[in-house]
Ligand binder design. Structure first.
Ligand SMILES: *[C@@H]1O[C@H](CO)[C@@H](O)[C@H](O)[C@H]1NC(C)=O
Ligand SMILES: *[C@@H]1O[C@H](CO)[C@@H](O)[C@H](O)[C@H]1NC(C)=O
Ligand SMILES: *[C@@H]1O[C@H](CO)[C@@H](O)[C@H](O)[C@H]1NC(C)=O
Ligand SMILES: *[C@@H]1O[C@H](CO)[C@@H](O)[C@H](O)[C@H]1NC(C)=O
Ligand SMILES: *[C@@H]1O[C@H](CO)[C@@H](O)[C@H](O)[C@H]1NC(C)=O
Length: 642
């Protein structure tokens, strides 16, 4: 017996030791992810060249891999809420057993954004359903005197107040994913991006730059037009001039959803909101989840660290609640909002923190779900009178990737895109034209704020140039953003500015000549499938060559060095990049290309080779849209055609 006890004890200690090691390992990874170096831009007063960077640069590839899919419990939901706001027991799952359930509404406590109360119990059963009294409820089901089910459920309970029809105005739908750089979206969300660009015709901005370190200043910038409003730990943000108020005053239904209650933007820095910041507010639901399992929040973070390192614990993922990944719940809440207020004017903002914030690899687990959401938006007709902003606030923050030269650049350039309703585009072609121009200009969340104001006030007519450059304020993206804009002009601080600058160099330089003739060779390679139709291009002249400077400089911190600063060193940017403009024969086509010398003394082409002059009908002999700018139809093909 005693031997057994000792055996048991040592066994238990081993288990404890193992758990302890697992946790310590989790913390170690946590710390490594948090190592940060300060870099600032030393040329934020110069004309901005939008950085072109390779999303698949070898220095960052080791950080990306395919995590295990999110596995949640399956078909365990015992109740559901229908479109008529009734809650039912799902007969399919009770196996004919006599089950009774009750729900308690989840109620926000007064003067607090962190506490909730549960309302009185409302009973329902298989033959008698119940009407939901609010958006969220804790549901408990009882069988033979035992609690067999306890879970939070959500839906949209339509507010009993007047909402305007959306017939002669437009709505704003923001679908935000925290900490998602433009490059991360390219790497991690191929399905979503293809649909966004090709089916929805999105404008994807290459120069949208953050204005502050974390979410708070960047969200404040586009939601209030001012990222320097003072606050302290006790501040409630209700009095800030949030742009959704401008929509609400004009009859719009509003929704604000942010997951991960501990890290929610306005709660992380201060106390969040006293009153609900919208007609519908998802936070109490997440608080309800956490109140069920007090320690869940911190444990979830450790589990996610381990999952991020491919160590799976337990059968279901830390990213689930019940049967669904949490990001799917948030998307579903958004969908229910859109369906409920289908023909009303709306301002809706969904901001996903958990899936991208800590670990950029989890982002790809959202690709299929984000894609499905976009399909829902389009096919459900939700984009007919709504402008969609699929976007982020900044790039990856905590990952080790940020300590690479590419990571530093991409951290400053969040993903940002706009989808316009077709009727808006048709009615105001100058907006389409300006947006196409602006995707390659320096822009910021302050410009987005001005855009929201235009939408709120139905201001779509062209504005005279140069009327908008008021201090601390942006320029609506519906207007043309100046070509020579600097970070300073755009109120982007030097710690956020990613802009490159460039310096003209002689064109008769062996390296430039070598690169340029290779680029011409590359174009000829693109045209190979059409060799019988398109002429072989020959380099005629190099018009211009520029050496590109990355302006980020490492700032050593003062005396107070943390231990990690001795252990880790930032990787510095040693790459050489050139911008070249050249002309070819016989088309007299002029092209622009940005190249980067690789370690093997070879080079790669960053982004596309851009045709800079008109190609008119030079390429009528081929249909391939991507190749038309390059092809010069041989005389013979033209003769045959005419
Ligand atoms: C119950 O099962 C039937 C048949 O599979 C299905 O059509 C129905 O949607 C299910 N009901 C619910 C509430 O899941
Ligand atoms: C459901 O509840 C109602 C009211 O409490 C009760 O009259 C009815 O018998 C119940 N039905 C079942 C199947 O339990
Ligand atoms: C932004 O807020 C700061 C601090 O309250 C204030 O000084 C500044 O005038 C504000 N800027 C604008 C454009 O409202
Ligand atoms: C030109 O490029 C080729 C191959 O990329 C290389 O072998 C050669 O040394 C280069 N010449 C110059 C002058 O850089
Ligand atoms: C191409 O356009 C030019 C002028 O725009 C015109 O003169 C010429 O006939 C066109 N050629 C063909 C093949 O359409």
């Amino acid at each position: 017996m005693r031997a057994l006890k000792i055996y048991y004890c040592t066994r238990r200690k081993k288990v404890l030791l193992l758990l302890c090691l697992v946790f310590l390992y989790g913390f170690k990874l946590h710390i490594e992810n948090g190592v940060q170096f300060n870099f600032i831009n030393i040329n934020s007063n110069e004309k901005c060249e939008i950085p072109k960077v390779n999303p698949f640069d070898e220095s960052i590839l080791p950080f990306f891999w395919q995590p295990n899919p999110i596995v949640c419990a399956k078909n365990t939901e015992l109740v559901y809420i229908d479109d008529d706001e009734m809650i039912h027991i799902n007969k399919n799952r009770t196996k004919g057993k006599h089950i009774e359930c009750y729900y308690q509404s989840v109620i926000r406590k007064q003067l607090s954004d962190d506490e909730i109360l549960f309302g009185t119990s409302v009973w329902f059963n298989v033959s008698r359903s119940a009407l939901m009294e609010s958006d969220f409820a804790k549901v408990v089901c009882v069988f033979e005197g035992k609690n067999i089910y306890e879970r939070l459920h959500y839906h949209i309970k339509k507010k009993q107040k007047y909402f305007k029809s959306d017939k002669d105005s437009f709505s704003v739908l923001i679908f935000g994913v925290d900490s998602m750089s433009r490059l991360a979206a390219i790497r991690e969300l191929p399905k979503t991006l293809t649909y966004l660009e090709q089916k929805l015709g999105a404008y994807v901005f290459n120069g949208y730059t953050k204005v502050g370190h974390n979410s708070y200043p960047n969200l404040m910038a586009f939601l209030t037009g001012n990222y320097s409003a003072p606050f302290n730990k006790k501040t409630f943000f209700d009095n800030q001039p949030f742009v959704w108020k401008k929509f609400s005053e004009r009859g719009a239904a509003t929704m604000y959803s942010e997951d991960y209650p501990r890290l929610s933007t306005f709660n992380y820095v201060a106390r969040g909101f006293n009153e609900s910041p919208g007609d519908h507010y998802l936070r109490p639901f997440y608080l309800g989840i956490n109140s069920e399992r007090i320690y869940q929040s911190i444990i979830t973070e450790i589990f996610m660290t381990l999952e991020n390192n491919d160590i799976a614990l337990g059968g279901t993922s830390a990213l689930c609640y019940g049967d669904s990944p949490k990001h799917v719940i948030q998307i579903d809440y958004f969908k229910r909002f859109l369906n409920k207020y289908k023909n009303n004017r709306k301002f809706a903002m969904s901001w996903l923190n958990e899936i991208g914030h800590e670990f950029s690899n989890f982002l790809k687990l959202g690709d299929a779900d984000f894609y499905n959401f976009l399909v829902f938006l389009k096919e459900g007709g939700h984009l007919k009178r709504s402008i969609l902003f699929f976007m982020s606030d900044h790039g990856t923050m905590i990952d080790r990737i940020r300590n690479t030269p590419i990571g530093r650049i991409e951290a400053k350039l969040p993903f940002f895109s706009i989808v316009l309703p077709t009727i808006l585009k048709k009615k105001y072609p100058h907006i389409d034209h300006n947006l196409q121009t602006n995707i390659n200009r320096l822009t910021s969340p302050l410009d987005l704020y001005k855009t929201f104001i235009d939408i709120a006030t139905n201001s779509y007519n062209p504005q005279p140039k140069g009327t908008e450059a008021i201090k601390n304020s942006g320029i609506s993206l519906f207007n043309e953003i100046p070509k020579d804009r600097t970070c300073t002009d755009a109120f982007i601080p030097e710690s956020s500015c990613a802009c490159y600058t460039s310096e003209a160099i002689p064109t008769n330089n062996a390296v430039i000549e070598n690169i340029t003739s290779s680029v011409v060779g590359t174009i000829n390679n693109y045209l190979k499938p059409h060799r019988s139709k398109c002429a072989v291009l020959i380099l005629k002249k190099i018009h211009q060559a520029k050496l590109i400077h990355s302006n980020l400089k490492h700032l050593e911190l003062g005396k107070k060095k943390a231990i990690w600063q001795y252990l880790y060193k930032p990787k510095l940017d040693k790459k050489q990049r050139y911008f070249i403009i050249f002309e070819v024969m016989p088309s007299e086509g002029i092209f622009e290309v940005t190249t980067e010398i690789t370690q093997t003394n070879n080079f790669i082409i960053l982004d596309k080779i851009i045709r800079a002059n008109r190609y008119g009908n030079q390429s009528v002999c081929i249909d391939d849209r991507d190749l038309k700018p390059y092809c010069y139809c041989k005389e013979t093909t033209l003769e045959v055609q005419s």
